[in-house]
Design a protein around this ligand. Structure first.
Ligand code: C5P
Length: 236
């Protein structure tokens, strides 16, 4: 069983590369950001005020707790068909909305919310308490902001995927232009603001001890994937 932990900021192609890596090896793929997004979507859906100057951490934690423990939430970790479900309905699109993106850091910065999600993520990675579709026999690629440091610091492969600030800014600009023009687009996600807020809570800007930094500023998608494939092969 190979566990691959990948952290990094937005704009480095973390999700698409992690998914492709999981497909390449036939591993499961866990998008932990999707879990924080789903928790945020649920809070908004339940009418919790996430715009308050002092958000109600106890209420948010209790609301998120109900989502995960009362079996509303499910996630598919099949890299060919990743999905997030609430009461059996896919919410994959909803959790990428500008509304969710602009509130997710409020939810993810609450320590008691993080404890809940980290416990769930550790159980998935260990294959102890997976969602229905979960099968991680050969291995798993888990990506997020604190996988190499907190969720799975003992993973066989730990990578910080990053890129120079100006390259990330360019990629973000291209992404925003795309979502602005896309029909029915989800709106612009202020990724820079999200990274700033997130980096106060998790360290995904510099590599922890034993974590390999992969800077893909000058690499295309295929070249980035090649580097990661090699790292996993070396650990096998
Ligand atoms: O990866 P993605 O951009 O979808 O993540 C959405 C949000 O979830 C991040 O902006 C961050 O607030 C939160 N997150 C986190 N820890 C993780 C993964 C995501 O706090 N491991």
């Amino acid at each position: 069983m190979i566990r691959v932990a990948i952290d990094g900021p937005a704009g480095v192609g973390k999700s698409s590369t992690s998914k492709a890596l999981a497909k390449y090896f036939g591993f499961a793929y866990l998008d932990t950001g999707a879990m924080y997004r789903a928790a945020t979507w649920w809070c908004l859906n339940q009418g919790v005020d996430l715009d308050a100057e002092q958000p109600d951490a106890d209420l948010i934690t209790a609301t998120v707790g109900r989502f995960f423990t009362d079996d509303h939430f499910d996630i598919s970790v099949d890299p060919d068909d990743p999905d997030v479900l609430s009461d059996g309905e896919s919410i994959a699109e909803e959790i990428r909305s500008a509304e969710v993106s602009s509130h997710v850091s409020v939810v993810s910065s609450i320590p008691s919310v993080r404890r809940l999600l980290i416990a769930a993520q550790r159980a998935f990675i260990a294959g102890e308490d997976g969602p229905d579709s979960f099968s991680n026999g050969a291995g798993i690629v888990a990506e997020g902001r604190d996988i190499t440091t907190v969720v799975a610091p003992d993973a066989e492969v730990r990578v910080l995927l990053t890129a120079r600030e100006e390259v990330r800014a360019q990629r973000r600009a291209a992404q925003s232009a795309q979502s602005e023009h896309a029909e029915g687009g989800v709106g612009v996600d202020d990724v820079a603001a999200r990274d700033r807020a997130d980096s106060k809570v998790t360290n995904f800007l510099s590599a922890a001890d034993g974590v390999t930094t992969v800077d893909n500023s000058d690499l295309d998608f295929g070249e980035t994937l090649d580097v990661l494939v090699k790292l996993v092969e070396d650990a096998m």
